[in-house]
Design a protein around this ligand. Structure first.
Ligand code: 6CS
Length: 342
């Protein structure tokens, strides 16, 4: 009897303890908001959902993801993150470059290698990426979580282009940072900075005659329908970045900060697997869907004609960013040398 009573009491106590524990953990559970710049199944979306999967499997927190257009353009989701309305944002340096001029380094043409394994090793090992950039983002109230590549840049135009002279008189859309505009000016084109939402329509109505993006995006956004001549210029990689509002991040427990860092690492590894072969698959889909598409791969001599215009863009980068840009560029080059051995 006495024993039973004790058991009853014990059961009562443990149920009470469990309920209390549950209430505490539910009280600590947060619903975080994360916005990115792409559509269902695109690279940033895959990254975001892997990040969410890790967070939700390893904590009581939940993550709500917003895709392109649900909360506005790329600049809008950045503003909302800086204001603390969103906790996380994925924004590409193509847009962040107007906020953090040094982020434009990715638009110096022919700086990045073209071979995917080398690019990935660079992202893993680079001091510029993993130590210098977080400081620059922190100055803008952002905790940089991960920079990662999405794919090699390919130009789409109204007719095949093989030399800077072929770009003469062509308006080429760029993301909205001044250095990328300088690159297309150096390439002989007329750069036209536009937010993403206006690109398809501008190509369709011939307000612009071309643009650049990785192949998966040219396929998923249907850009080949209105800009069917694909030119592989080998001049760069589309890079992007995930980040958190720094005030929010700094206010978290060490445990939650580690959870977020681990989630970003997990999503990075997943994305590396995801982009492997993605460009080839996307090109096959494009060729299957359209008979109008042409593919031009510049040979070494043709590449050289574009490449010899890169130093003037590098000078512009230093003009725009001063000493901090020069130091970052030196570090970037040293990191590249370390992975390419050149
Ligand atoms: O060209 C752009 O603006 C878009 N391109 C990609 C690959 N992702 C998002 C970005 O907004």
């Amino acid at each position: 009897m006495f024993k039973n009573k004790t058991l009853k009491q014990m059961v009562g106590v443990s149920i009470f303890t469990l309920a209390a524990f549950g209430a505490t953990s539910i009280a600590n559970a947060a619903n975080w908001r994360y916005a990115h710049e792409e559509y269902d199944g695109d690279v940033q979306d895959v990254y975001a959902y892997k990040f969410k999967e890790f967070i939700e499997e390893n904590s009581d927190h939940t993550l709500q993801i917003f895709r392109f257009g649900e909360l506005g353009e790329s600049d809008d989701i950045m503003e909302q993150t800086q204001a603390g309305i969103l906790q996380f944002v994925n924004q590409s340096p193509g847009f962040t470059g107007s906020l953090i001029p040094e982020a434009q380094i990715f638009f110096i043409p022919y700086l990045m290698p073209t071979e995917m394994d080398t690019v990935i090793e660079f992202f893993r090992e680079s001091k510029a990426i993993n130590e210098d950039f977080p400081k620059l983002y922190a100055e803008q109230g952002l905790e940089l979580l991960q920079m990662y590549p999405e794919g090699e840049m390919v130009v789409t135009v109204d007719e095949p282009v093989t030399s800077p002279a072929d770009f003469d008189g062509k308006k080429i859309r760029t993301m909205t940072n001044p250095l990328l505009a300088a690159t297309y000016e150096a390439f002989g084109a007329t750069p036209t900075p536009l937010p993403w939402g206006e690109v398809y329509g501008a190509l369709q109505t011939n307000m612009i005659q071309g643009q650049e993006n990785p192949i998966f995006w040219i396929e998923s956004g249907g850009l080949y329908e209105v800009s069917p001549n694909l030119v592989f210029t080998k001049h760069g990689w589309f890079t992007t970045a995930s980040m958190a509002n720094k005030k929010f991040y700094d206010g978290l427990s060490e445990e939650d900060q580690k959870l977020i860092q681990d989630a970003a690492d997990f999503a990075f590894e997943e994305i590396i697997g995801h982009i492997d072969g993605l460009a080839e698959e996307s090109l096959a889909k494009i060729e299957e869907a359209s008979d109008n598409v042409t593919v031009t791969r510049l040979n070494d001599e043709q590449v050289e004609a574009f490449k010899e215009r890169a130093p003037q863009v590098e000078e512009k980068f230093i003009e725009m960013t001063g000493e901090s840009g020069r130091e970052l560029l030196n570090q970037f080059k040293a990191d590249l040398e370390a992975v390419t051995g050149e």
